[in-house]
Design a protein around this ligand. Structure first.
Ligand code: PLP
Length: 285
């Protein structure tokens, strides 16, 4: 396996960064994850645009042109012989003597790219059964729209899910409304049959898969509302699901152990998964 690190492709086991790398010391960096389908990148432009926005919000310089970055992503996928999987990109403020304030003069941003295969058949089996989620308080900062590598609450939340035998943890705000999963956006088809997910204005990541599914829902003529839902609404919902580049559309069949609907993936979630997979595969570049 190979990793791209600041201009070189290195054997994965030997690839490393400097001890004064700010991503390592301060989580001063951002990342993106693309799904790889048939060796191509799904939702390519959407993830690129979000990356650029995250960098701009943190005033980290763009490390190279979009095309050059795209080349590195594809080359990393190619060298790792990934046909179905994920490619990870991290861009940090770079290496400088440890000081909280930005390095002055500016240093080159740090860039790391890795790629790995995913067993999509196993993922499909999981989607046919559906997954469970737990809920816990959202303890994150006020800028969750930035895809920062500072992910401690997400790490602790996912570990809590793992220990509870669940796939994901949904984080809940002080009003009892679900914000999102630790690495996914959260959706329900509510008791009235409306497709719902929280609005992007209120401190969640603007999921690229979420945006694609929103578009598909409109094309399908589904009643859709960008409106947060409570944990109780999720438990009483007809269906629930999560979206992410790593999971596509994954049906949720239990919330904190309470069965959602009839405990099987719902028709809306299953249909949106199929539509998303077909569209993403066809448009991957
Ligand atoms: N929410 C969080 C907190 C995430 O980390 C992610 C993805 O990693 C998502 C949502 C889903 O975003 P996307 O669909 O762009 O993968």
């Amino acid at each position: 396996r190979w990793a791209y690190v600041n201009g070189a492709y290195l054997p994965h086991g030997d690839a490393g960064v400097h001890v004064e790398e700010r991503g390592f010391q301060f989580a001063d960096g951002v990342y993106e994850v693309w799904a790889v389908m048939d060796g191509r990148l799904a939702d390519y432009d959407g993830h690129m645009a979000r990356l650029e926005r995250s960098l701009d919000e943190l005033r980290i310089a763009r490390p190279m042109s979009r095309d050059a970055l795209g080349f590195v992503l594809r080359e990393t996928v190619r060298r790792n012989r990934v046909r179905e999987g994920l490619v990870y990109l991290q861009v940090t403020r770079g290496v400088a003597r440890r000081d909280h304030a930005f390095p002055s003069p500016e240093v080159r941003p740090g860039v790391v790219v890795t790629a790995r295969s995913v067993n999509r058949a196993a993922q499909e089996t999981q989607a046919e059964k559906g997954v469970g989620v737990i809920t816990l308080p959202d303890q994150r900062w006020g800028r969750c729209d930035i895809k920062s590598v500072g992910l401690l609450p997400n790490v602790l939340g996912k570990q809590a899910a793992r220990e509870a035998g669940a796939y994901e943890a949904w984080m809940v705000d002080e009003l009892g409304l679900v914000t999102e999963g630790t690495s996914t956006n959260a959706w329900i088809v509510d008791a009235e049959g409306r497709l719902r997910t929280r609005d992007v204005q209120s401190n969640i990541l603007r999921g690229i898969t979420r945006a694609a599914v929103t578009k598909l829902a409109a094309e399908e003529g589904l009643t859709f509302e960008e409106k947060a839902f409570s944990v109780d609404e999720a438990k009483q919902a007809r269906e629930a699901f999560i979206t992410a580049a790593s999971a596509f559309v994954m049906p949720v069949v239990s919330v904190d152990g309470a069965v959602v609907g009839d405990g099987k993936p719902g028709p809306v979630a299953s249909r949106l998964r199929r539509l998303y997979l077909d569209r993403a595969r066809a448009e991957a570049v």
